[in-house]
Design a binder for this molecule. Structure first.
Ligand code: ZN
Length: 250
């Protein structure tokens, strides 16, 4: 079958002297793996090797979901060259595509995630955008979309509100439930990470943003929530993302 779609390059592997295997996130068909013959030749239709992060129109053929598809044409129209000039923003963008690749199964339609990723990469390329807040929002929305975040305004076990918990005790986040636990409901030795006042402020802000309110995520809250969500991601994947050590400051 022949497909025409919009795509962002998540991963590229050398296949031979002149060919690549490209993993794209497409708007209509989710993650697809394609053999891109001859793309590394200077005179190829794509004008050279396809780089990570670039976005454009793709035409490919694919027999079924298990086989490698064949790239017919890729016309890049968003090169992300601005992003490549700033190492810190580039690393954040590479973290974002690594996260998408790690979280999404092949072939499942993910148009919301395509739009989220495309907007995130565009925002990261804007010199004066709040880099950490942009990436924190991306982590949050992606985890929400794949069903790994629960309600974050009360204890997942007893239902005590976050205000009550924070008033006289410590609050914890548990990756197992993608939610918060009060100290009384915490299993001894169980997997957890403390959620301090800064994290709780960030959770409230992101929840409000999700409800359509215009919120401002200050840099300290953005960094704290990025760390917590990265912890959640590592727990779920059983490993840390490679880009995490360049992006998540400890
Ligand atoms: Zn509880």
């Amino acid at each position: 079958m022949r497909y025409h779609d919009r795509a962002i390059c998540l991963r590229s592997l050398d296949y031979s002297e002149t060919s690549q295997i490209i993993h794209f996130l497409t708007r209509e068909n989710g993650v697809v793996h394609l053999l891109a013959k001859g793309t590394k030749r200077k005179k190829s239709k794509t004008g050279g090797a396809i780089d990570l992060l670039c976005e454009g129109e793709v035409i490919y053929t694919k027999k079924d979901s298990d086989t490698l598809g064949m790239l017919m044409e890729f016309s890049e129209n968003v090169s992300r060259s601005e992003l490549r000039k700033d190492a810190s923003r580039l690393n954040a963008a590479l973290y974002a595509i690594e996260l998408v690749y790690a979280m999404l199964p092949e072939g499942l339609a993910q148009s919301e995630i395509f739009t989220l990723l495309s907007n995130t990469l565009r925002r990261l390329a804007e010199k004066d955008s709040p880099q950490n807040a942009v990436l924190a929002w991306f982590q949050w929305r992606l985890l929400r979309h794949v069903g790994l975040l629960g309600g974050l305004d009360s204890c997942v076990s007893c239902g005590m509100s976050v205000e009550e918990m924070a008033h006289d005790d410590e609050v914890f986040f548990t990756s197992r439930y993608g939610g918060l636990l009060c100290s009384r409901c915490l299993a001894p030795g169980g997997e957890k990470k403390q959620a301090d006042k800064i994290v709780l402020g960030a959770l409230a802000a992101l929840t409000a943003a999700e409800a359509g309110k215009k919120v401002n995520l200050p840099p300290n809250q953005a960094i704290a929530i990025m760390k917590l969500l990265d912890y959640h991601i590592s727990q779920q994947l059983g490993k840390q993302l490679k880009m995490a050590r360049y992006v998540i400051k400890t």
